[in-house]
Write a protein that binds this ligand. Structure first.
Ligand SMILES: Nc1nc2c(ncn2[C@@H]2O[C@H](COP(=O)(O)OP(=O)(O)OP(=O)(O)O)[C@@H](O)[C@H]2O)c(=O)[nH]1
Ligand SMILES: [Mg+2]
Length: 323
């Protein structure tokens, strides 16, 4: 139960038979670049600097597809969904989750697209990135709660930027990916997610290399056809559309609000301790900065909570027995 007016032209003109492939993952992983490559022209802006590039969720309907993919599509249309990473430099995680929830809800809603199905979710990972950070964990946790265990067979991890890994670093990069597969990605893989590598170097010893992203899309379409295509929706869509929950009541909403609450509690504890220790002029700036952080976290938590009017509206609907 979020808002449902489609601001996205692809959504506004959406068809019931459209098949959505969503691209997610941390900022700079190469999501928009991959969309441009699949589309065959520059339809998405690609980042150059350190700052995050994609701010809004936007989708594109693919106009030209290779013949073998066309056969598997059986007259349906592919829609690619570009998303910002949860660690965006200037859009809060609350806002990003709200935008993703709005899009996913609208794409399935009976008022608009009347049920686009999800063909697959690609989770892109920049191979050159070293280390497992708090941001990587938060991104993956939210991602797995958006999809849900039952939809993990729609998920493909896709490692990118192998061309930026020098030969001398290839062994290290492979070790990092193996560790991700065995540790952090493992729970998702256990539920059916698979791992692929985009444009792998010849010497790569890991299985799952993909030279052409269409091959991956085709594989997913074939598996979709084999499974009769029923119920290809993500957990967040089930919660928002079928169970009419508010975002904050969904698994992803709860995951985000818990992690924001945790950050808020830690920031408040640090603030209290600093105040008790006495404040020098140097510390004053740090205190002000932390207060800004506390205010922002409080705002983000508030943003996820539905207004009283919306809660009342749902209550009335439930009492009147509308589904
Ligand atoms: N070598 C190499 N560079 C890539 C690849 N994909 C993306 N890049 C570069 O990585 C940078 C970020 O790419 P984007 O496509 O903007 O990444 P994004 O995931 O959309 O980033 P946000 O929109 O900020 O979330 C750009 O400079 C791209 O040129 C790839 O497969 N190989
Ligand atoms: Mg982008």
């Amino acid at each position: 139960m979020v808002k449902s007016a489609p601001g996205d032209p692809t959504l506004a003109l959406g068809n019931k038979d459209d098949i959505v492939f969503a691209l997610m993952g941390q900022t700079k992983a190469g999501k928009s670049s991959l969309i441009n490559r699949i589309y065959g022209a520059k339809v998405r802006r690609v980042g150059e600097e350190m700052i995050s590039c994609t701010k809004q969720l936007e989708s594109v309907a693919i106009e030209e597809v290779p013949q073998y993919v066309q056969d598997a599509l059986r007259g349906r249309r592919i829609v690619l969904l570009d998303t910002p990473g949860f660690d965006d430099t200037d859009v809060g995680d609350d806002e990003i989750l709200i935008r993703i929830a709005n899009w996913l809800e609208t794409s399935l809603s009976s008022r608009y697209c009347k049920g686009m199905l999800v063909g697959g979710v690609l989770y892109l990972h920049d191979t050159t990135k070293d280390g497992w950070t708090g941001a990587s964990r938060r991104n993956l946790n939210l991602f797995s709660k958006i999809c849900g265990d039952d939809a993990m067979n729609l998920v493909r991890f896709l490692t990118t930027k192998w061309g930026n890994v020098p030969d001398t670093q290839l062994g290290n990069a492979e070790r990092r990916i193996k560790e991700l597969k065995e540790k952090h990605w493992q729970p998702l893989i256990a539920h059916g997610a698979a791992v692929h590598h985009l444009d792998p170097p010849r010497q790569l010893s890991l299985p799952g290399g993909i030279q052409d992203p269409w091959v991956l899309i085709h594989q997913m379409l074939v598996s979709m056809n084999a499974r009769q295509m029923r119920d290809r929706i993500l957990l967040l869509q089930r919660e928002l559309v079928k169970e009419r929950r508010f975002l904050i009541e969904s698994k992803a909403g709860r995951e985000l609000s818990m992690s924001l609450e945790d950050l808020l509690a830690r920031a408040k504890a640090l603030q209290r301790a600093a105040r008790e220790d006495g404040v020098s002029s140097v510390d004053k700036e740090a205190l002000q900065e932390r207060q800004r952080q506390i205010d922002e976290l409080t705002r983000q938590i508030g943003n996820l909570t539905p207004a009283l009017s919306k809660r009342l509206k749902r209550w009335v609907w439930n009492v009147l027995g509308f589904s």
